[in-house]
Design a protein. Structure first.
Length: 280
């Protein structure tokens, strides 16, 4: 009998998540026991030596084995297994239940009601060999090193090309660890960069004051220079959002566009903001 107030769908999702957590623990032990017998080097033992994904890089078509980079594509989960299909290459691989995979599964179970339905996700990861489940030897699997975000409603049909950093209206999705939502009777939180007379300028808002200034771009590097702003008193939570926006503009040093998403990073390469392209 289900616990009071818990729907069958919710109960099944919780059960699936618990099963995955147990499997991950067993898989870690299994990989440890069999590691010496594998004919290839386990990327987990050399992860610290792997080249990090560079902000500003665009995901390369084709899943290159061992290359750490950003991925965007559709995840499907069914029968305690997940398959990832990259939008740019169309290639599909199983998702290894290790590293930050559990964040991807949690996002999937929260967003998708129908088992096996597609969910567009972005993450940093690699493709590497893992022991095959139904045969001897190994098979290539996608390893999620850092889960970025789930994007319900997005599909590969709209995510095969990268949006332009400049002249694209970027809806603010997240500032630091804070999810940003449109406040009632306020403008949509966004940032827009435009090129005018050879210079890049920006304007940004969380739905209260308008912040404008100049921006400098050089490859994957970006710097926002402060400019004039309106001085309205912002109600909660817009006041919190705006402080986070100002802080982010002062910290941003690098950028990366993946399909219809933009991510900004500080000088250490830590993600500090996430955006989604809006086409008017």
């Amino acid at each position: 009998m289900l616990a009071s107030g818990m729907s069958a769908g919710k109960w099944m999702r919780e059960l699936a998540l618990c099963a995955t957590l147990c499997f991950c623990a067993c898989e870690a032990q299994s990989n440890s026991d069999t590691k010496a017998s594998l004919p290839v080097e386990d990327p987990r033992s050399t992860e610290a030596n792997a080249a990090p994904t560079k902000p500003g890089d665009v995901a390369n078509p084709g899943m290159v084995e061992g290359e750490t980079r950003a991925f965007g594509g559709e995840m499907r989960f069914m029968a305690d297994a997940a398959i990832f299909t990259e939008c740019t290459s169309g290639r599909s691989h199983p998702m290894a239940m290790e590293a930050d995979y559990i964040s991807a599964e949690r996002a999937y179970l929260d967003a998708v009601e129908k088992p096996g339905g597609p969910l567009y996700v972005t993450f940093e990861g690699i493709v590497a060999p893992r022991p095959a489940v139904d045969r001897e030897g190994t098979e290539d699997e996608v390893i999620v090193k850092r889960f970025i975000h789930a994007w319900p409603g997005e599909r590969c049909e709209r995510a095969k090309a990268d949006a332009s950093l400049v002249h694209t209206r970027w809806r603010i999705v997240q500032l630091g660890k804070t999810a940003v939502r449109t406040h009632k009777d306020s403008k949509e939180p966004h940032i827009l960069l435009v090129e005018q007379d050879g210079a890049i300028r920006y304007r940004a808002t969380v739905g209260c004051n308008q912040i404008v200034g100049a921006a400098e771009l050089e490859g994957s590097d970006i710097t926002f220079k402060p400019g004039p702003t309106t001085l309205m008193a912002c109600p909660p939570p817009l006041d919190t959002y705006e402080r986070a926006l100002v802080k982010m503009l002062g910290q941003a040093k690098h950028w990366r566009v993946l399909a219809n998403t933009l991510e900004l990073f500080d000088e250490l390469g830590t993600s500090i903001a996430l955006f989604r392209a809006v086409y008017l």
